[in-house]
Design a protein around this ligand. Sequence first.
Ligand code: GLN
Length: 617
Amino acid sequence: MMRTAPVAGARNWAASSPPLLRFLTACHKDFAADDSGEVAHYIPELGKAHPEHFGISLATLDGHVYEIGDSRVPFTIQSMSKPFVFALALDTLGATRVEAVIGVEPSGDPFNSIRLNAENHPFNPMVNAGAIACSGLILEAKGDAAFDIVRQALSRFAGRELDVDEAVFASENATGDRNRAIGYLLRTSGVVKEDVRKVLDVYFRQCSVLVTARDAAVMAATLANRGINPVTGEQVVTPYAVSRTLSVMTSSGMYDYAGEWIYRVGIPAKSGVGGGILAALPARLGLGSYSPRLDAHGNSVRGIKVCEALSSHYGLHMLSRADDARNAVIADYNIGKSCSRRSRRPQERRILAAHHNQVRIIELVGTLSFSTVDYVSRQLASKPRPQFVIFDLRRIAAVTPAGGRLLAEEFQELANFNVTVILSGIDRASGQWKSIGEWAAGLSNIRNYPLLDDAIEWAEDQIVYRHGGNIYAVEVTELAEQMLLAGLDKEELDQLTALGTVKTYRPGEKILAEGEPASSLFFLKSGVVHVKLPNGIRVATITAGMAFGEMALLEPHRSADVYADAQVTALEVQLADFERFREDNPRAGERIMRNLAQLLADRLILANTKLNLLTAT
Ligand code: GLN
């Protein structure tokens, strides 16, 4: 009996489906033809499972769940519960207590082996002995509430309330003497301290919890996601418990097939005699499959095939990973190549040109990992040390623990050499700052600017100060110093002055608004203004001696807003008057248009350099 299931998460347009769903669908179709293996009968109730049922589900870490076939058919979780209860035990009793009585060595034996290790402890938590010991520990800690706590934990992993199949529980309880024998053995060696009947009651119930392939995929994805359920967002267990659980899944999850499994598939996994297999590929995905026919090891035949196919088709073996740390640096330059948008007076420009290699900017992308940060630190060390390093992190999505630690060490190293570190592109209020900023906390040499341009401007200001420049000096400039008017003689300048009106503005006042008719231009005599796009991005900061609104000479409307940063004095010349002036003084008019062309060319060169920095590396 085969049914084509409605596909969850399919796109609206009929013919299209994501390639991964297509792949899983093809696996489902191909492996459904395999009817080898036997449904487990040793727990009589399990023998009633429909041998043809076959469901596959894959959950991604962004919370998307692919499903195909009988992905919503419930079956008992059985040994697939073991990793989750082990993780729960680690978090509930503490690693020391748990690790004192349950080993982590593969046994090489079948799941129901009664053999214990040299200390008379279970070999690992993935075989029945270890799982029974875990149930005992939880009973020890939680008393009669133990099973419900286990059930609730499994439910949080699955992201929905899970129930027990009472018939399977009764059936296993009635026939589980071998497991009972293991329980008594563990009691003689002091691993189990509680009443063995109660311990087995918890264990059998835990094995009888009903899940679907979809649940198994989400549960596995939670392990792959450092304990955070990617669908509900809940942190179910600690990252410590998760990494230890994945470790034992890797070495022992598939019992006496574990070595072969990790060699061929290379994804931590756990099977159950109910027919389920779940596989958790850290930082990638969780897979759940259900097909009750089992091989001689007690692993689902089709489930194994799905895992093998997924791993080999996409090369997902966890030990086959490649990453080039160099890709993380998308631009590395100093202010000689790309400075801030603040327009500088000649004195400032001279200082900055002489010391351009004192401000280094490194723009990063992706994940800050151990290798990325190491690479960046060597890039920094390969050239003379600057006084300021700006790390632009706006394209950084995550920091790994190792990357964060190495970054903090690099910051410390830079601090030792009196290098000021500036982080740009991250907002202190955001979650991103938490992951990056926490590594920077407590280091006094770190500054933070949400915008890269502000960070560069601040660093430039420091360089100017350090070399005797004075940025905010109240300075009144003469029209003769205007770049736009360079080359005009005194008479021409006087004539222009007479045409204009002196205007003053308070700090913060809006001088020009985007979209308005552009009917005048301004020569800034004193103070500072900035030009801002409607989206809030600052295009330029303009200081005394520069013009603004000069695009009016070319464009009929204002292309940006202009605000006063400080007390501002400017000479406003109406466009109509300016045109008349140009007609009366053709030579001066020609000079002005040349100067304007030069200013625009400079801006274009700067914009091109920026573009080049971002695309050429
Ligand atoms: N409840 C089953 C047992 O103890 C679990 C075994 C399994 O799924 N491998 O036999």
